[in-house]
Ligand binder design. Structure first.
Ligand SMILES: Cc1cc2nc3c(=O)[nH]c(=O)nc-3n(C[C@H](O)[C@H](O)[C@H](O)COP(=O)(O)OP(=O)(O)OC[C@H]3O[C@@H](n4cnc5c(N)ncnc54)[C@H](O)[C@@H]3O)c2cc1C
Length: 327
């Protein structure tokens, strides 16, 4: 019996990055506790993804396939997860903290009478049991939580875990769990899908993120950030203040109540560095802050600080990077 079950979100026909991160975390827990790792693969026409999940860390794949599972429906998926849980009997169930995971995990926890820790960023093993670690007080402290119910559920914040290095030699056990969902009424039907117009690079996957804050002063000023992002193949983010001012759409907000990013390079332009903002970008490898205030808190975590009005810095950066990258 696998001890740890992970939920897989399918994005553009493949397991999402967050799902692979959660599998990676499950694998690292299992390597210390001796458990097996299982993945719940739920959807329509998804069986071909089994080898990919095995390569990403799953010993067992519980497959529940049906054309009724094409679109996420909370009550329908809940029943499927309950059925998989009954067959798999895991002691720990992990979800990516994405829209599906955040919807499903509390419902499943209630049904199972299980404890749930949301928004985990790390784990520790004590006495053979998993301790979930999550930020509290707006990221100012980390709480270490042990779930005392027989089954523990957790959602894992995207970009806080590394996916498991792909190992294509792993042959998974595949268990088919036939979905018993015909009698569950559908509460919504998807009639159309409209993709938000955006940059070519997804903010959460971008290797370079250039974010602007209140210091940018206007939505026009964000054009410069977009220009720099285009040159560097990156994406544009924003502080909540910039979003509230209407300079960028909410989907670009980085922080505690926005997107979590962990790029190789993060530019914070005219951003003070509040704890709520840092909660979304503190895991970036290199942080470059451009701020005219030498006391701005962002400079305490920046690897490189440019204390200057951004208007004097950005045009030079755009020029230099375009020259360098042309050659
Ligand atoms: C529950 C809750 C959740 C929140 N969630 C988020 C979140 O997810 N993300 C988020 O970002 N915030 C969040 N906030 C808001 C957060 O507390 C801050 O208010 C916000 O991050 C500040 O945005 P800012 O840094 O752009 O603006 P400010 O704090 O006003 O900073 C502007 C900075 O720009 C600099 N500046 C000004 N002009 C220039 C110039 N010409 N050149 C260079 N530098 C200049 C200033 O020196 C200053 O440091 C949240 C708040 C709460 C209460």
């Amino acid at each position: 019996m696998p001890g740890i079950l992970t939920s897989v979100t399918i994005k553009n026909g493949s397991p999402s990055m967050s799902s692979r991160e959660v599998l990676g975390m499950a694998r690292r827990i299992a390597d210390q506790t001796g458990d097996q790792v299982a993945a719940a693969l739920v959807g329509a026409d998804v069986s071909s993804l089994t080898p990919e999940l095995a390569a990403s860390g799953a010993d067992v794949v519980y497959l529940s396939e049906s054309e009724f599972l094409t679109e996420f429906q909370a009550k329908v998926y809940l029943k499927v997860f309950q059925d998989i849980g009954e067959v798999a009997q895991p002691h720990t169930i992990l979800f990516p903290a994405d829209a599906i995971g955040m919807d499903l995990a509390p419902r499943l926890a209630y049904r199972l009478g299980a404890g749930l820790v949301t928004d985990c960023v790390d784990f520790a093993i004590r006495d053979g049991r998993c301790i979930f670690i999550k930020p509290v007080y707006g990221g100012k402290a980390l709480a270490h939580l042990r779930v005392t119910t027989p089954v523990a559920l957790a959602t894992v914040r995207p970009r806080t875990q590394e996916p498991f290095p792909a190992d294509t030699r792993r042959i998974p056990e595949r268990v088919i769990v036939a979905p018993q969902i015909e009698s569950i009424p559908r509460e919504a039907t998807v009639t159309d899908r409209i993709e938000e117009e955006g940059e070519e690079v997804n903010l959460e996957d971008a290797k370079v993120v250039i974010s602007g804050g209140r210091g940018m002063g206007s939505s026009e000023a964000f054009r410069q950030l977009k220009k720099l992002a285009k040159i560097l193949g990156g994406a544009v983010g924003a502080s909540r203040t910039a979003v509230d001012a209407g300079w960028m759409p909410p989907s670009h907000q980085v922080g505690q109540t926005g997107k979590i990013v962990a790029p190789d390079v993060y530019f914070a332009v005219g951003i003070s560095g509040s704890s709520q903002h840092i909660a979304g970008m503190g895991g970036s490898k290199i942080i470059v802050a451009i701020n005219r205030d030498p006391e701005a808190p962002i400079l305490r975590i920046a690897n490189l600080g440019v204390i200057e009005d951004y208007r004097n810095v950005l045009p030079a950066l755009i020029d230099e990077f375009s020259k360098i990258l042309k050659n």
